[in-house]
Design a binder for this molecule. Sequence first.
Ligand SMILES: NC(=O)c1ccc[n+]([C@@H]2O[C@H](COP(=O)([O-])OP(=O)(O)OC[C@H]3O[C@@H](n4cnc5c(N)ncnc54)[C@H](OP(=O)(O)O)[C@@H]3O)[C@@H](O)[C@H]2O)c1
Length: 261
Amino acid sequence: MSWMRPLGATALEVSALGLGTVKLGRNEGLKYPADFELPDERTATALLARARDLGINLIDTAPAYGVSEERLGKLLRGQRQHWVLCSKVGEEFAAGHSSFDFSPEHTRASVRRSLRRLQTEILDVVLVHSNGDDLAIINELGTLQALQQLKDEGLIRAFGISTKTLAGGLAAARYCDVVMLSYNRQQREQLPVLNACAERNTGALIKKALASGHLQGSSEDPVQASLELALSHPGTSAVVIGTINPDHLLDNVAAARRALD
Ligand SMILES: NC(=O)c1ccc[n+]([C@@H]2O[C@H](COP(=O)([O-])OP(=O)(O)OC[C@H]3O[C@@H](n4cnc5c(N)ncnc54)[C@H](OP(=O)(O)O)[C@@H]3O)[C@@H](O)[C@H]2O)c1
């Protein structure tokens, strides 16, 4: 399997490993194993340069990731063409708390704000940041219709949902360009979603491939084992791993490349 691969039936091509950027913009209300400081400008610039040098072209961000979008807009100035930018709608994080709004009006306003913050005229992928009520989002709230309209208007290239449920993932694989799903050695319930993505040629982005840093098990190399699990499935378009540690980034790319050999 190759390092660069199609994102489902979209015209986008993504690297097998993408960079998750929660930790670039937010350090409260998270479930990572340890507290951390946001990286300073020099460290963040070096991290993104390293990601690019290592062949990564996919970046995942969200309005709910604090200042992540705004920082990326500045940090990636002049290199927009290199990157496939994925952001989200629906979740807001302020004063230590999340709130959700999946209405078409908020969806449109949120995408316009992401375009401004990311300093770009088009977002490659926009995912609904689910609160867990995936099926209501898909069937009742008009969020996907708003995203389809934004796609028709040329403001986004593809859309989908970052799901939390199996039923939601299966429905998203039918109705969306892209599904983001959790899949790791401790959490394999979403396997049927990956199967559905493979059958339908829907893009599949895996989140929490390293169980958000809570790696367990008897394997000598849990990072390698995790990437092998995620990348061995034909439905997987890319694995989005969050890190602000340049050595981890290097390890993750090496493990992903070995997994594809
Ligand atoms: N609902 C949603 O839409 C949603 C939810 C969760 C995540 N996501 C997206 O998916 C991305 C990944 O999810 P995630 O960050 O929750 O989980 P993850 O990628 O499974 O794990 C990230 C954690 O693992 C650590 N880590 C990374 N590489 C490592 C290595 N080689 N060895 C040891 N530890 C390592 C990171 O710490 P260091 O910084 O120290 O490397 C970080 O704390 C996020 O960044 C985000 O973009 C989306």
